[in-house]
Design a protein around this ligand. Sequence first.
Ligand code: UD1
Length: 417
Amino acid sequence: MSEFIVNGGKKLYGDVTVQGAKNSVLPLLAATYLSNSECVLHNCPRLSDVDASVAILEHLGAKCRFEGNTLTVDSNGCFSSDIPETLMREMRSSIIFLGAIIAKCKAASMSLPGGCELGPRPIDIHLSALRQMGAEIECTAGRLICTAPNGLSGAEIHLNFPSVGATENIILTACKAKGTTVIYNAAKEPEICDLASFLNSCGAKIKGAGTPTVVIEGERELSGCVHNVIPDRIVAATYLFTVAMCKGAIRIKNAIPEQIFPFCHILQKCGCDVSVNADSVTLRSHNALHNFDVVSSGPYPGFPTDAGPSLVSASCLFKGTGVFVENIFDSRFRYVDELKRLGADIKVVGRAAIVTGVKNLAGAKVEAHDLRGGAALVSAAVAAHGTSVVRNIEFIDRGYENIEKVFAQLGAEIKRK
Ligand code: UD1
């Protein structure tokens, strides 16, 4: 088990190029399984969740090759359709392979993703949509057995919640189904647009990604393509919130401004100076910051649930009281008790974290329990005076490429042990 040792309390200054988005690259990797030739993904982050997806692809028969941050996947001729439990357990979001496998092989067998660190992770929306497209699905002894004896057909699918993963699974399946699929109340996250843009480059016909209605024409032959993974907006948020709380200045060199607007808007209201250019964002934090009023997480373009922990962590040092309401996942506040060890003043009431800013945080030993909560603890440790130890950093490696190197480059004293 590795840990970070942090000597906190320093101001942070510098430029950062944000890694490729984990939540984009995972569905993109599933999508490569549908292609009949080589796909090249540039700006592919080196993360343990990416390694887990590559292990699944290799198990399915694909050839994968990493050169720096470029990943080449060739799934030509692969028709394996089962994922063993050991590989499914590596990564909860492996359910994203369901749509691609059933589309290509007309059958799929994999273990159920089960619960995760954030609470139950139901997949009823995914399964109901695939059934509407002709899939027959049985869940026995913790395994999903899916077949499509009469093939898959396009359908009009109304989602009762704009689930990101379900929207992605439907898009993947619909590319190969007979006829046209229309998704109503689809997720509008930038990662959905990235998936559609990748698939369209491969020869798919997907319209409306990023809006509530996505239309996919089926029975497309998909070839390979070269694609740049979009920058990770959640990682960008972590760095912006950390510099806000530590004081200093950061320029995010490859930001997509509209994707990080929710963070910049809040930080500006709290007293940071934010300037946005076409492809970069600069944040300066020199004055005393005051807390936001209430921020609630919600589907895009709302405030992302994944950025909640970074926001709460930063607000521990903002003057006054701020309330963060978590609307997407049930058990997302485990990091709060750890922030309290660093001296934070936070009360959790139901879905709300009520934060009253303190003057300083003080170094302590803390434990990550999940990916985003873990990153928020690293931010707090970087801001806290004195020495902190952040344990269980394997969670953080699932989604952050060398977080310690980025903070060190900004002037923080942090090392991995
Ligand atoms: C994706 C992201 C995750 C992010 C989340 C919400 C990836 C790999 N992960 O997860 O980081 O936090 O979007 O932005 O992209 N739900 C159901 N039934 C379903 C599916 C979802 O009830 O069949 C519920 C979930 O329990 C949750 C909510 O819907 O409460 C949102 O889930 P969803 O949008 O599907 O998130 P993921 O795709 O799992």
